[in-house]
Design a protein around this ligand. Structure first.
Ligand code: PLP
Length: 348
């Protein structure tokens, strides 16, 4: 009898399984509908020119392979909240921020979630939009949260279901947590307008609901970082709310496999921030000891150099406009082809 005889057979993750099927498929004409990773005109992974240059600089510095500190690369942990909040607001609240480098966006959600669950006075109830990114429920359920859902998207009108959203915000218990896709809601691509974000934020503040931003696509959504950080900046800078933010550089720097992320809390006090950061540090130590160095060095080389940052912004605009063009082409082709299909068949 094995010690693991009671282990269940868990079905493979659907998205990763689809990519594995795609890779195994010998067809010469095929499209990968698994993980969303940006490809160039030739269908190949694109290494951003800003990343190529940052890599060159990192290599030139002949950096060693020592461990990073437990909280991660200090300049990276500082550069990320500064990027997200904007330089001026960052200066205002920098002493109230607890930040920690994380294993990309997923690791950031987990780390901030673990910190909230074990060391905050927030409720263990977390509100997750329906639909959402396929991993949200798993990450937060695994941490022991009670996951509740609210209808985010109206499939009939193909738009944000603002009524259900507001109903949830008006009835959720104070101190509950709400997961907010900072931009580029996955999977619908449908985000609140600025006015709708203001309405959501104002109610959340009034009803003492805690915003937990999942920021996996900053700059990748509109090509403009100011635009894509609007919601976070409104909640933190305008409404002066405490918040958790998990930032990923997988998509916007194309550093998918390097696992480059930063998770941070904006709090209402510097002592509180220091204590919270010490908690993040201990959690990180117990889980991975310290985060991977290479990707964070590349990202901070970009973020700490004005020339490289503007090069990166151009790269973001390149990716966004190509994605938009591809989507339009697909839409046009589907439309053109649907007219070729007899109505009845198209309906089925
Ligand atoms: N959050 C959302 C909404 C996502 O779509 C993804 C990736 O697809 C992530 C978080 C996490 O990505 P990663 O862990 O690769 O940074």
């Amino acid at each position: 009898q094995s010690a693991f005889a009671t282990a269940l057979r868990i079905p493979k993750d659907a998205i990763f399984a689809l990519t594995a099927q795609y890779n195994a498929d010998p067809a010469s004409v095929k499209v990968n509908l698994g993980q969303g990773t940006y490809r160039d005109e030739a269908g190949q992974p694109w290494i951003l020119p800003s990343v190529v240059e940052a890599r060159r600089r990192v290599h030139c510095q002949k950096q060693n392979h020592e461990y990073l500190p437990i909280l991660g690369l200090p300049e990276f942990r500082k550069a990320v909240p500064k990027l997200v909040l904007g330089a001026r607001s960052f200066d205002r609240v920098s002493s109230q921020i607890a930040s920690c480098q994380s294993l990309s966006g997923t690791g950031g959600l987990h780390l901030a979630g673990a910190c909230i669950k074990r060391f905050s006075s927030l409720s263990p109830t977390i509100w997750i939009p329906e639909p959402t990114w396929s991993n949200h429920h798993l990450v937060f359920k695994t941490l022991g949260f009670q996951c509740r859902t609210f209808q985010y998207y109206d499939f009939e009108s193909k738009s944000l279901d603002m009524k259900s959203y507001i109903d949830m915000l008006m009835t959720a218990e104070p101190n509950s947590i709400v997961i907010l896709h900072a931009c580029a809601h996955n999977p619908t691509g449908c985000d609140p307008t600025k006015e709708q974000w203001q309405e959501i934020g104002n109610i959340m503040k009034r009803r003492q609901l805690f915003p937990f931003f999942d920021a996996a696509y900053l700059g990748f959504n509109s090509g403009d970082l100011d635009n894509d950080t609007y919601a976070i900046r409104y909640f933190v800078n305008e409404l002066d709310m405490e918040a958790a933010v998990s930032v990923s550089f997988a998509k916007n720097m194309g550093l998918y496999g390097e696992r480059v992320g930063c998770t941070f809390f904006v709090t209402h006090g510097s002592d509180v921030a220091g204590n919270t950061e010490s908690v993040l540090e201990q959690l990180q130590r117990s889980e991975v000891s310290n985060p991977p160095a290479y990707g964070a060095k590349i990202a901070s080389t970009i973020l700490d150099d004005e020339g490289l940052t503007s090069m990166w912004k151009k790269d973001l605009a390149t990716m966004c406009s190509r994605i938009e063009g591809m989507r339009q082409a697909l839409y046009d082709a589907l439309l053109a082809n649907s007219q070729l299909i007899p109505r009845q068949a198209a309906h089925n």
